[in-house]
Design a protein around this ligand. Structure first.
Ligand code: NAD
Length: 509
């Protein structure tokens, strides 16, 4: 994450700059530090992104701090009207946003549109915020005394997002945070940062006052600036587990409210009575959609009994029909996000071979419908993966589906429960009793029953267990509203004019 020269034929100064968004305007970077932003399907740097200096970090936070009191005090009706207008604008402009997203991430356009839709769902939930942050009221708790509660915003809140969902993940947080009266500083991933600026512009057009939504581009320096600023009340982070741990520990040490969502290794348990056509289709969709760069991707199929012997050939046959290419063309799967990430994912095929696994389909060196220089790696299927292999124990975050074989349901559950992560899982069966038992016994935060990617809808909350989350609060849903507000309990007495007298005892009814 340092200044890097772009690829041949262009210099850093010739490439368009992705700026910060501060005080309701694009602000060019002044730090002298930039990072290249690639078009993964072309394999070339097409833009540079500014990387903030401490001075720029301070300016961004100061702008958000200055905007807070006025935004907090704006009437609920006016805030709600802005949220509605923003929702309309995102919906109207989603095709443009999908193009921007795909040009930096690589996922196919239909998948970008799907991501935007899931972000819109949280935005739609946020438009209903008045009902969701109502307080409580108790009359006459003591003679002449009433008690009531209000839900107040926190102040300036920081959001740090990963590359894999540059629209949806920020929208898990900022629509709710802003609707309830906070001001936001968003630090997007430096790999695909343009979508955030597009959203900031739409929010301004919707009537959002300057300073309420800030985009601070940067790397570790910007993240640490948010973590260490006394003016930032909370941190919402999504990314890999080692960074999530660091974020949680640093933010908590600094007295901040923090939710830090980490990595994953999601298992799909297949019982012998399952519909194997549904299993094969689901394994393909959940294993290779978005090139496996989803925290809810299925990366391990746990086959009970003789399931693997039947289903592995079915998956292999379906894989042969997948078209890999530039996400702007008609294809099923795009490239990986960077060359470095592609090479890391590809290295797991060598590890699998060395560990004695059976590489059924090898994604290296595939034919693609796109530019040869793109960061390509095809769908990969590895059977009989030893449980000690790094292919099984580590998050790969690419289109690599492992198959492991177990004899019984119990063995499968024990295997899943013994893993370090607990983000998502799924069971495939036609036995309702087994499914019911699974949802009770499995120690994972999001569970699918014949559903491979069980991302909860906006009015539930998103988050896993164990190394997949640090902090007490999941994203969006009611937990999102709790996270971005704090309760005040008010005890009030408006005395009857005749009332009076001194009483040093502890107040009682
Ligand atoms: P990442 O951890 O590399 O980066 C996430 C964010 O942290 C980025 O904004 C990045 O700039 C910042 N960052 C990177 N290194 C840092 C450092 N040393 N100090 C401080 N900040 C740093 O993750 P990524 O590669 O962008 O995203 C993929 C990861 O995110 C995967 O592990 C995936 O499972 C996870 N993820 C989890 C969820 C979830 O809900 N649990 C959702 C999406 C992605």
């Amino acid at each position: 994450m340092t200044t890097t020269a772009p690829t041949a034929g262009a210099t850093a100064t010739e490439l368009p700059e992705i700026t910060h968004w501060i005080d309701g305007a694009r602000v060019s970077g002044a730090s002298g530090r930039t990072a290249p932003v690639y078009d993964p399907a072309l394999g070339v740097a097409t833009k540079t992104v500014a990387l903030a200096s401490q001075e720029e970090i301070d300016r961004a936070i100061a702008s958000a701090k200055a905007a807070f009191p006025k935004w907090r005090d704006l009437s609920i009706t006016k805030r709600q009207q802005i949220m509605f207008r923003f929702r309309e604008l995102v919906n109207e402009r989603k095709d443009e946003l999908a193009e921007i997203l795909t040009a930096e991430h690589g996922k196919v356009i239909s998948d970008s549109l799907g991501e935007i839709q899931r972000g819109l769902e949280v935005l739609e939930l946020a438009t209903g915020f008045p009902h969701l942050i109502k307080g409580e009221f108790s009359q006459q708790v003591s003679t002449g005394v009433d008690v009531y509660s209000t839900k107040s915003p926190l102040g300036v809140v920081g959001i740090i997002s990963p590359f894999n969902f540059p629209v949806m993940v920020p929208m898990w947080f900022f629509p709710i945070a802003i609707a309830v009266g906070n001001t936001v500083v968003l630090k997007p991933s430096e790999k695909d940062p343009s979508s955030s600026i597009f959203l900031a512009e739409l929010f301004k057009e919707a009537g959002l006052p300057d300073g309420v939504f800030t985009v601070l581009q940067g790397d570790k320096l910007a993240v640490d600036g948010l973590l260490n600023s006394p003016d930032v009340a909370s941190i919402s982070f999504v990314g890999s587990t080692p960074i999530a741990k660091y974020i949680y520990e640093t933010a908590a040490k600094n007295g901040k409210r923090v939710q830090a969502l980490g990595g994953a290794k999601n298992h799909m348990l297949v019982l012998p009575d399952a519909d194997l056509d549904l299993v094969a289709d689901s394994a393909i969709n959940a294993g290779f959609g978005s090139a496996g760069e989803r925290c809810m991707a299925i990366s391990v199929l746990v086959a009970v009994g003789d399931v693997a012997d039947k289903v592995v050939p079915m998956i292999k046959e379906r894989m042969s029909k997948l078209v890999i290419g530039d996400g702007r063309r008609s294809c099923d799967m795009g490239p990986l996000v960077t060359e470095q990430h592609r090479d890391k994912v590809a290295s797991y095929v060598d590890i699998a071979i060395a560990d004695g696994a059976d590489v059924v389909v090898d994604g290296r060196g595939i034919e693609v419908d796109g530019d040869k220089a793109g960061f390509w790696f095809g769908p990969t299927l590895i059977d009989r993966v030893p449980l000690t292999s790094r292919v099984y124990t580590e998050e790969i975050f690419g289109p690599v589906l492992s198959v492991v074989r177990v004899d019984t349901y119990e063995e499968g559950v024990e295997l899943i429960n013994s893993g370090a992560f607990g983000n998502g899982t799924a069971i495939f069966t036609n036995d309702g009793g087994a499914a019911r038992r699974f949802q009770n016994e499995i120690e994972v935060g999001m569970i699918g029953i014949n559903v491979p990617i069980p991302v909860p809808v906006a009015y539930y909350s998103f988050g896993g267990f164990k190394d997949s989350i640090f902090g007490d609060s999941k994203a969006y849903g009611m937990q999102g509203f709790h996270f971005f507000t704090r309760e005040k309990a008010i005890t009030s007495r408006w005395s009857d004019p005749s009332h009076g007298g001194i009483n040093l005892g502890f107040p009682q009814a």
